[in-house]
Design a protein around this ligand. Structure first.
Ligand SMILES: [Zn+2]
Length: 291
């Protein structure tokens, strides 16, 4: 059954070393896209009019893995944005600014979290409420209220009622489209794409009664065929994984995001002032597990 097969394939293999060569290749590509290593890279990456759209996965009081950001690190990253006068806006507003539908009176940033891990509710949500920060969650609904690590529909409904959390699509079960294209005949692959894009929209909208018109590509994999399918499915914007800050005029079906990780080397951190420290982390740290 497609749902169970795909769902468990992703859920059971979160680590890069266990994810198989196709995922490894994807992540190496992402790492290459994020190869800026100079501390001054922030200034180059986030220029005038560019919007840093940050992407997180899991949160925890202590570091537990490469895609987990500790609460302390996350708060420091928010502090850095505030200290540099970035206003955190809802993702929809960021897209409006990128598409020249809305204006911005200063630097803005947006925060997203992919995959619907339960720590979004237990760890991130209290910070969202306390600091009044808007966050968009990209979800693959096959896992919601089913997987032990995933959010529940009730938790999502509660967070949506805050007005600070919004929900969008991360396809239906988080497939690797490169793998599926190699596995399926062309007609079957096109049907598969359409189903993943449409079913995610309909299930999320049905459970949460919100419009679903934005998409995060699983593993950051996007190509012209996928982008065209996303447009046909009614998505107004789709987001990648890596590529730096988003600039006005960007392809709305492949908007870059900045993967966020934890600060894991206290010795190295102590060598840098806070702004430089966070500047480096904001622009140079690729995720090392499946995005
Ligand atoms: Zn993901």
């Amino acid at each position: 059954m497609m749902l169970r097969t795909g769902y468990w394939r992703y859920a059971g293999r979160p680590g890069i070393l266990r994810a198989g060569p196709h995922v490894l290749a994807t992540l190496l590509m992402v790492a290459a896209a994020l190869s800026c290593t100079a501390p001054s890279c922030m200034a180059e990456t986030i220029g005038t009019g560019a919007i840093p759209i940050l992407v997180y996965h899991r949160f925890d009081p202590v570091r537990r893995g490469p895609t987990t950001v500790t609460i302390a690190a996350f708060e420091r990253q928010l502090d850095w944005l505030a200290a540099h006068r970035y206003r955190i806006v809802p993702l929809r507003q960021a897209v409006d600014i990128l598409q020249d539908i809305a204006a911005s009176d200063g630097p803005v940033a947006a925060i997203t979290a992919d995959d619907g891990h339960v720590s979004v509710y237990t760890q991130l949500y209290p910070i969202i409420l306390r600091r009044h920060v808007p966050v968009t969650l990209f979800l693959y609904p096959s896992a919601i209220s089913r997987a032990s690590y995933a959010l529940t529909w009730a938790q999502l409904a509660e967070m949506l009622r805050s007005g600070l959390v919004s929900v969008q699509s991360h396809t239906y079960w988080h497939p690797n489209f490169r793998v599926e294209r190699a596995r399926l005949a062309p007609d079957a692959y096109r049907t598969f794409i359409a189903d993943q894009l449409a079913r995610s929209k309909s299930v999320l909208a049905q459970h949460l009664a919100v419009p679903i018109d934005m998409l995060a590509w699983p593993f950051g994999i996007a190509d012209p065929e996928l982008c065209a399918a996303a447009r046909r499915a009614g998505y107004r914007a789709a987001f990648g994984y890596g590529g730096g800050a988003a600039r006005p005029g960007v392809d709305p079906m492949d908007i870059p995001r900045i993967p966020m990780s934890d600060i894991s080397m206290p010795g190295a951190i102590a060598e840098h002032p806070p702004a430089a420290r966070l500047t480096t982390r904001l622009t140079t740290t690729p995720e090392r597990a499946a995005p």
